[in-house]
Design a protein around this ligand. Structure first.
Ligand code: GLN
Length: 193
């Protein structure tokens, strides 16, 4: 199976390595043609405004929306989650709008710029070691979005892992801990498609 990783900016190489480690071919995607050659897509962490601008420049916004509408499974991590979503609570920026959710960027504030947590994830037997790096959280979800994991702080409970049909999005970086369960889930979505 060929699984693409959007390779415009960010830590796409780590995702390619994880995919290779679970026996699927990880393909760097930078063009609409490369997108057409894969069965699922990972959108990595990095800087979401940069990813969005480069995606516009490379003519990828509409092809990505069409791929999602055609049911291509996608996994967005951190900046990738922001790019999949329909809005941010801050400024307008290029987003795909294929995940019915509004995100808050850099939501955990400066004091906890980066942190790690053991997260309970719905459907997983063991908790997930999650690394958050200037991470967003989800401020508002639409009706068709399932929250699979959340983080709680003084201001409330904040979704950090969600699923809407074949779209998965995480605030944290599963590619940095060697935990392959979310990448396997993505592959499972292709197989059940
Ligand atoms: N803070 C970044 C953004 O808003 C996301 C950080 C990340 O992907 N690790 O785009």
């Amino acid at each position: 199976m060929r699984v693409g990783v959007l390779a415009l900016q960010g830590d796409f190489r780590e995702h390619v390595a994880i995919l290779d480690s679970i026996g699927v071919e990880g393909i760097e995607v930078r063009t609409p043609e490369e997108l057409q050659s894969v069965e699922a897509l990972v959108i990595p962490g990095g800087e979401s405004t940069t990813i969005g601008r480069l995606a516009s420049l490379y003519g990828l916004i509409d092809p990505l929306r069409e791929a999602a509408a055609d049911g291509m499974p996608m996994l967005g991590t951190c900046a990738g989650m922001i790019f999949l979503a329909s809005g941010t609570v801050e400024h307008e920026q290029p987003q795909l709008g294929v995940l019915d959710a509004v995100v808050r960027r850099n939501a955990f504030g400066r004091q906890v710029d980066s942190f790690e947590a053991m997260l309970d994830v719905e459907g997983f037997d063991e908790p997930m070691h999650a690394v958050f790096i200037r991470a967003p959280w989800i401020a508002k979800v639409g009706g068709g979005v399932d929250v699979l994991a959340s983080v709680e702080d003084d201001s409330g409970v904040h979704p950090v892992l969600v699923r809407q049909d074949r779209i998965l999005a995480t605030s944290f970086h599963p590619e940095l801990t060697g935990d392959t369960r979310l990448h396997r889930m993505l592959v499972g979505l292709v197989e059940s498609h």
